[in-house]
Design a protein around this ligand. Sequence first.
Ligand SMILES: Nc1ncnc2c1ncn2[C@@H]1O[C@H](COP(=O)(O)OP(=O)(O)OP(=O)(O)O)[C@@H](O)[C@H]1O
Length: 262
Amino acid sequence: MTAHPLTLPATPGTAAATADLTKVYGSGDTRVTALDGISVAFREGEFTAIMGPSGCGKSTLMHCAAGLDTPTSGSVRIGTTELGGLSDRQLTRLRRDRIGFVFQAFNLLPTLTALENITLPLSLAGRRPDRQWLDRVVAMVGLSQRLGHRPAELSGGQQQRVAVARALVARPSIVFGDEPTGNLDSQAGAEVLGFLQSSVRELGQTVVMVTHDPVAAGYADRVVFLADGRLAGELAHPTPDRVLDVVRRFPGGSPQAPVVTG
Ligand SMILES: Nc1ncnc2c1ncn2[C@@H]1O[C@H](COP(=O)(O)OP(=O)(O)OP(=O)(O)O)[C@@H](O)[C@H]1O
């Protein structure tokens, strides 16, 4: 039986949203409530950073919002599609066609060239790249001269640029990054963050990124803070100093984390 995706009324300006999202791992003594009723919206054309102490649920939120993990209760929508209504196959297709991913590990295929890695999601979907868009994305991430190189012939920063281009090439509704600069030195990290920011400012992309780094969060338009699986506040127009101020007030992930507004 094929499940029909549940299509919800459009919420203008919202690329993705969660409602009362809960995720519980394990049971009995090993039960962990990783997410405890999170309702958050990610606006179109906005760069959001997700921060909070280790273990507060950042990756779990991102994985549930991106359809990589299933919530225990609550809902996730990408655009007008409610993920809970999708079969595994529909979910796989939605991830392939409408979501871009950039992980800490670059996850490139070693035998493919940079160009082949970038266009892989399209090849898998049986789609031809939109040449103009591809050229624009490749130029933006500064890879025009490196397209024939294999990952082993590229620096870490260049490999992550390939991953950024790969995430953008299908013009997804939203790009999720899980510590995308975690494996890079500060200069390469700054370049990758600059490209993610440009994809928002110049290409109108929506980006959501999990990070521990206040400097990285300073590239975002908005920072959402989590503590103990709950929303603990947010900061608009963050700067590294303002983010650091908030981070300093999270002693060991206190549930009484401050509510901050920009
Ligand atoms: N597969 C799993 N099985 C059991 N518990 C899990 C699993 N994944 C995560 N958890 C637990 O859920 C909580 C939230 O984990 P999560 O990885 O989302 O936190 P995080 O904020 O991303 O942490 P970090 O910053 O250290 O990466 C933690 O207590 C973690 O131990």
